[in-house]
Design a protein around this ligand. Structure first.
Ligand SMILES: [Zn+2]
Length: 441
């Protein structure tokens, strides 16, 4: 049962916000407007938020207080994104090593979060409710651009927690009310994909969203098996990994509608979305500052490493955080939004592991396992032949041998795979953009 748009917007969201302490309703309205601000006004907003977060970090976060003191910096020395270069870059390893000192003594309401698996480096951290709220609203803004209205049906083809395997009742109830449905991308074969096509045709969601390579797989299946999507969805939203042009073409052909690519990371909260012009992804300046750097210098029109500063996470400020993504920053869009464009994204290239019968398991399945496995700094999956994998892990002192069995059990309980776990000292990451968590050959 889906409810009318106004009920979701004007009743459900405000009630959920009051109960939970989130500000999704507020940010929904804010982001709807702010995207049409001029670039200068958006810069002013960024400067204002940056000054607040820097002052907060200096006053309540021991790690930043010490870092700034060492560099002889006061909050007033960092007023705009350009000034950020005075501060060092924050890596995932820094966060793992200094987690306690990085947490604010005045964190406000926050929750535990885990992520980073799609770049092969899992990370646990805390996120404040303000950051969480604007992140959720930014996701809705991106869906709206693809044609979604609150209350419309939407199907997600993605992953969900396979470790705990449960979803809070309140979340389930909210999803149902909002018209959200879920199909797993963790096991793709002819049988599950046929089921997926049938579900889509039955539910007729306004928008379908999912991992780019999972949607591409489904699109190829639809074409090859002469299946049909019997109605026209308003849009397809791809997320979580790089979307290749060929994949976009396959998906648009199979579903008979346009693809809207999205970019986001929970850690550091960078966000970008494609508009109806399809000339790139609008970088959501309201959420985070994204510096695109090459040899520590800002670059435009060529690939740069993304360094992000979350403008809203007061619980654990991510300031100049190396998120692990790369892209090409490139000018403005003819749609009139003041948000600049990211022309191309790279850094998260996903793939499938295959079982002997050809079932494809999306790489995020493995990332999800490490959300709940402490002590893993990096991982990579090597598949030489179907049905077996070698899992390469870089572990630290929080990892113990028992977890090897636990990881193996989670995998083999879900899929017929022969699993060999190899602890290694290092996994080399190429300096170019092509990092893959699944390697084959
Ligand atoms: Zn645009």
């Amino acid at each position: 049962m889906a409810l009318p748009s106004f009920l979701i917007k004007d009743v459900i969201f405000p009630i959920t916000d009051t109960v939970s302490g989130l500000k999704v309703s507020y940010y929904n309205k804010f982001l709807k407007k702010s995207q049409w601000w001029t670039h200068e006004k958006l810069q002013e907003y960024q400067n204002k938020r940056l000054r607040i977060i820097i002052k907060h970090a200096y006053e309540t976060v021991p790690y930043y207080h010490q870092t700034m003191k060492k560099q002889k910096l006061k909050p007033e020395n960092i007023k705009q994104p350009d000034d950020l270069k005075k501060l060092p870059i924050l890596t995932k390893q820094n966060i793992r090593q200094h987690r306690q000192q990085l947490q604010s003594t005045k964190p406000g309401k926050y929750k535990q979060n885990a992520t980073g698996g799609s770049t092969g480096e899992p990370l646990n951290y805390i996120v404040g409710y303000d950051s969480l709220s604007i992140g959720i609203s930014a996701m809705y803004r991106a869906w709206h651009e693809a044609g979604y209205q609150f209350g419309d049906k939407i199907i997600t083809i993605g992953g969900r927690s396979i470790v705990s395997g449960k979803k809070a009742f309140s979340k389930k109830a909210k999803d149902t009310l909002e018209g959200q449905h879920f199909l797993s991308a963790f096991s793709m074969n002819d049988k599950t994909m046929l089921k997926c096509v049938n579900e889509i045709n039955k539910i007729k969601p306004t928008v379908i969203r999912g991992y780019a390579c999972a949607l591409n797989e489904l699109a190829k299946y639809i074409e090859q098996e002469n299946k049909e999507i019997t109605y026209k969805p308003k849009g397809i939203v791809t997320t979580a990994e790089k979307l290749f042009p060929k994949q976009r073409q396959n998906i648009e052909n199979a579903f008979g509608t346009k693809v809207f690519d999205n970019y986001g990371a929970r850690d550091g909260n960078p966000n970008a979305f494609e508009c109806k012009e399809h000339t790139g992804l609008h970088y959501s300046m309201e959420l985070a500052i994204i510096e695109s750097l090459k040899d520590n210098e800002p670059v435009q029109d060529e690939p740069g490493e993304f360094i992000v500063t979350d403008l809203h996470n007061h619980a654990l400020p991510f300031i100049r955080y190396q998120v692990g993504d790369r892209g090409i920053m490139n000018g403005s869009c003819s749609c009139g939004r003041g948000l600049p464009l990211i022309k191309e994204l790279s850094g998260r290239i996903q793939d499938f592991v295959e079982t002997e019968d050809g079932t494809k398991i999306h790489g995020e399945f493995f990332s999800h396992i490490f959300w709940d496995t402490p002590g893993i700094e990096q991982f990579q999956i090597y598949q030489k032949k179907k049905g077996s994998i070698e899992l390469r892990l870089v572990a630290n002192k929080d990892f113990n041998e028992k977890q090897i069995e636990k990881v193996k059990t989670i995998i083999t309980k879900n899929f017929p795979l022969e699993v060999k776990i190899k602890l290694v000292n290092k996994i080399n990451k190429p300096s170019s953009s092509k990092y893959r968590i699944i390697t084959k050959g």
